[in-house]
Design a protein around this ligand. Structure first.
Ligand SMILES: [Zn+2]
Length: 203
């Protein structure tokens, strides 16, 4: 808790005086973020840090392994789906980015088994991403398999998002665009998902 309070004091001393007008304007006029980022809860892959986002700039929803279950499936998580519905149908955000990352513990659990202490919720959650595990399963090298599975979870989440009827409708008429990206914790580089299914570093 002390770390949080120290961070808050730093925010009040440094950031607040500088951004006060921005916060006041956002409070008066409401938010109009240009992108919704669906990321992982991992503390090393913070969308606000990666995209240098200030207040009001990004709507962010995070869960274990940046996973979006299929529309109407049993694993559909109301928390994440509610964030998507709010961003897309209420705020009319024109971009959704699914952001995966290196060394994802959720993806590692999907590949190598969920820890005994996380059987209640993490196990059924990651089981819903089985399709991504299956697609990466044939790779023999463990590091390469982990990377492939991280990328497959991003692709599966995007495909599942595209199956939400009100998202499909907006993609068709050009109001909404879906993208995928993967962040390397070691190098700090971001790779963007391409049309051909590969990931390419942004230079
Ligand atoms: Zn993760």
């Amino acid at each position: 808790m002390q770390t949080l309070l120290d961070g808050y004091r730093k925010f009040r001393a440094d950031t607040w005086p500088e951004k006060r007008r921005v916060f006041e304007e956002l409070a008066e006029k409401g938010q109009k973020p240009k992108a919704l980022v669906l990321g992982c809860v991992d503390s090393r892959a913070n969308p606000g840090v990666i995209f240098s986002a200030g207040p009001g700039e990004l709507l962010v929803a995070r869960n274990v392994a940046n996973f979006i279950p299929a529309y109407g499936s049993a694993a559909m998580c109301y928390g994440t789906a509610a964030a998507v519905e709010f961003g897309v149908r209420v705020l009319e955000i024109p971009n959704i980015l699914v952001l995966g990352h290196q060394k994802c513990g959720g993806v590692s659990a999907l590949l190598n088994g969920v820890p005994d202490t996380a059987q209640e919720f993490v196990a059924p959650w990651m089981a819903a991403a089985e399709e991504a595990r299956r697609r990466a399963a044939e790779e023999q090298d463990p590091d390469r398999r982990q990377l492939l599975a991280e990328q497959e979870v991003i692709k599966l989440s995007l495909a599942n998002l595209a199956g939400f009827p009100w998202i499909a409708e907006r993609i068709t008429d050009g109001r909404l665009r879906l993208s995928g990206a993967w962040f390397s914790i070691y190098s700090g580089t971001l790779s963007l998902l391409q049309e051909d299914g590969s990931f390419r570093d942004i230079v």
